[in-house]
Design a protein around this ligand. Sequence first.
Ligand SMILES: [Zn+2]
Length: 228
Amino acid sequence: MKLVRLTERLWYYPYEFDRDRPNLGYIKGDNWSLAVDAGHSASHTEEFYKALEEEGLPLPSLTVLTHWHWDHTFGMHAVNGLCIANSKTNQHLIEYRDRIAKEGPEWFIKSHETIEKEYADNSNVIVVPADIVFDGELLLDAGNCPIRIFQTESPHTDDCTLVHVINERLCFIGDANGGVFPSGEKDKGLCESLVKTLSSIDVDRFLEGHWTPDTLQGIVDDLMDFGD
Ligand SMILES: [Zn+2]
């Protein structure tokens, strides 16, 4: 698969349905590059890096996690540079790392068919915590490229981080606009809270974890559709 270019400084490596691999974002500043999400496993991360190399782009110095879910994070042990996550995301990762260390990886691999497909090559399930942990909000500058990363309430998980690439007028939202995995159930209050957050971000487009870029209206319409 090839990278998709969105703006002068923004690309993403597209999602894949079968193995539930999410979009992996890439932001190139004048001084360093940031990735959004680490990948489902080392093999996903390596594919992403190969696509970056094909485009002549430097590997990311820093990878920010949108939330703890395995498909976004279990490639962390294979990333170039450092990983940053909010403290809740990091806590979830530590719980999974400890449970896999204690009980082995079988229960995890068998928990969903997309995970079985991801690990069909019998590679090890390796979970590591982040190198840098934050709470609330941080402003990064990759070199003439300010990036605001901040926590938000979401119906998907309790640990969502949004990545607002200010001058590129785009915000990465991970799976924040989805329901709980795997039922898809959505708490209305949390949906309303997220709509408020997203509406306050001055961007042209949002990029969610498992879809193509969308407008605020498109995201909000989906989020507030409760099928009744
Ligand atoms: Zn998720």
